[in-house]
Design a protein around this ligand. Structure first.
Ligand code: ZN
Ligand code: MN
Length: 482
């Protein structure tokens, strides 16, 4: 996002990143059998002939998984079309069938987009349905297969339903890549189809990274980064890779297309296999499954049940409050947008609503504060019934114990100071501090500011914070002009 500090590439180069994000769907059972879809169980306990790929076993597709995938597709503004399952043939020890059942040229979801908080639109090429593989653990050596003493395979994950979301190679900065992944996670959590935990592997990111001379549009050779465990780690991996490629080009060499493994502890990536071409996979339509053909009614029902998504919530708050994108994103992240809009609708001043939420309600639990009482607080502050300091104190009490702002203010003896009383106090202070007053009247801008702070501080001390800072400033300005 534009407001973050951006690690910069050397002058004259630009970054091109496309992300492939695998998301495990939170179904009760696997994609083609009735085995439990559960993380952390005893190895090889959630298995059956289907997900072990035993000869003669036949898949039956999980209707909930297909529905979740279509929900995700609609949330990502995709076209949801008839999908065809296909076999992707390759050998991998944790994939017992020796092919992965996935979608190839007819994915269920295609042609979508995701809007980042700063307005940048990430194109989404496709979001297809596929099964997960099992999990290998290489024992001994560095945890890699090359120097392992032996390897263990757990098939509990084999056949778990996934959606693979493929973005366009359009991410131009590390910040945009990070914002995209966290935006995806927010959407997954909002619609409830995945728990999207990168640390448990239910959301896994592969980054395709290339660089090119700034201003050119060609796509150069890319490397695919794997083994990324967090959004932060993705940022480091992309930066490392971009700099590595620029180094190669600058020294007259070229990167080669390959998979690279990110080593978070070492802060660098190492070369893996050189990437297969599409031909190597010998895709063909899965003969044991019929095409997935959604009806217009199914899609309409999904749209009708769709909750408000973060980008729409940001747009609504921006419209209601007129605040800038960064503040709006913060409030939506904290789940305070509904309260803000409700308070504004009740007549509370929009700018004050946003300021109080942003600075004085930055707490984990604000469940005791209702939109109604919050609106009332802001209205009291705007009307001058409470000073800014008092409003903050009342709000703090509302967070701790709920309650109505008018009652809290009364119980604390917060009554607005009468104007006469305040102006009398100001005159008294001016008389008591002639030197400071002279500096306020004759001084340069810095002096004037300093002395304004001095007088305001004195008044606040004398009134125990009950005076309205703005009224004090007005009185000081009046006296010095007159
Ligand atoms: Zn099974
Ligand atoms: Mn995949």
């Amino acid at each position: 996002m534009t407001w973050s500090i951006e690690p910069t590439l050397p002058e004259g180069w630009e970054l091109v990143v496309g992300l492939e994000v695998h998301v495990e769907l939170a179904t009760a059972t696997k994609l083609f059998c009735g085995c439990a879809n559960q993380f952390g169980n005893e190895p090889n306990t959630n298995v059956c002939p289907v997900c072990l790929g035993l000869p003669g076993s036949l898949p039956v597709i999980n209707g909930t998984a297909v529905k979740y995938a279509m929900q995700l597709g609609r949330a990502l503004r995709c076209d949801v079309k008839p999908g065809i399952m296909a076999r992707k043939n390759y050998f991998y020890p944790d994939m017992p069938k020796d092919y992965q059942t996935t979608q190839y040229d007819q994915p269920t979801n295609s042609n979508g987009s995701l809007v980042l908080p700063d307005g940048f639109v990430v194109g989404i090429e496709r979001a297809h349905i596929e099964e997960d593989t099992g999990k290998s653990t290489h024992v001994g050596g560095g945890g890699r297969i090359n120097d392992a003493v032996y390897s263990l395979v757990d098939y509990n994950r084999a056949g778990v339903p996934l959606v693979e979301i493929v973005s366009d190679p359009c991410l131009d900065t590390i910040e945009h890549a990070k914002a995209y992944v966290s935006g995806l996670r927010d959407i997954l959590l909002a619609i409830g189809v995945s728990d999207a935990r990168m640390e448990e592997g239910s959301m896994r990111v592969d980054a395709n990274v290339s660089v090119r001379p700034a201003g050119t549009t060609e796509l150069r050779t890319r490397c695919e980064l794997k083994n990324i465990n967090s959004i932060r780690s993705m940022g480091r991996a992309i930066e490392y890779e971009a700099l590595r490629q620029i180094d190669l080009y600058t020294s007259g060499d070229n990167p080669r297309q390959e998979t690279r493994h990110w080593d978070e502890a070492a802060g660098r990536s190492t070369a893996g296999r050189s990437k297969e071409n599409l031909d190597d996979y010998r895709f063909f339509q899965e003969p044991d499954l019929v095409p997935l053909v959604p009806t217009a009614e199914e899609i309409a029902a999904i749209d009708a049940a769709m909750p408000a998504l973060p980008s729409a919530r940001r747009a609504a708050l921006m419209e209601a409050s007129g605040s800038d994108a960064e503040v709006v994103a913060t409030l939506v992240d904290r789940g305070q947008d509904t309260m803000a809009i409700a308070a504004i609708d009740r007549g509370a001043d929009a700018a004050k609503v946003v300021t109080r939420l942003q600075h004085d309600l930055a707490v984990d639990d604000f469940s005791k504060v209702t939109a109604e009482s919050f609106a009332e607080l802001i209205i009291m502050e705007s009307a001058g019934d409470l000073t800014a300091t008092q409003a903050k104190q009342v709000l703090a009490e509302m967070v701790d114990s709920g309650g109505h702002p008018r009652e809290i203010a009364e119980a604390r003896g917060f009554e607005a100071m009468e104007g006469d009383e305040l102006s009398g106090l100001v005159d008294q202070l001016i008389a008591d501090n002639p030197g400071e007053w002279q500096r306020f009247v004759d001084g340069d801008e810095g002096d004037r500011k300093k002395m304004q702070g001095f007088f305001t501080g004195q008044i606040m001390r004398a009134t125990k914070g009950q005076a309205d800072g703005r009224a004090v400033a007005e009185l000081l300005a009046q006296r010095s002009a007159g």
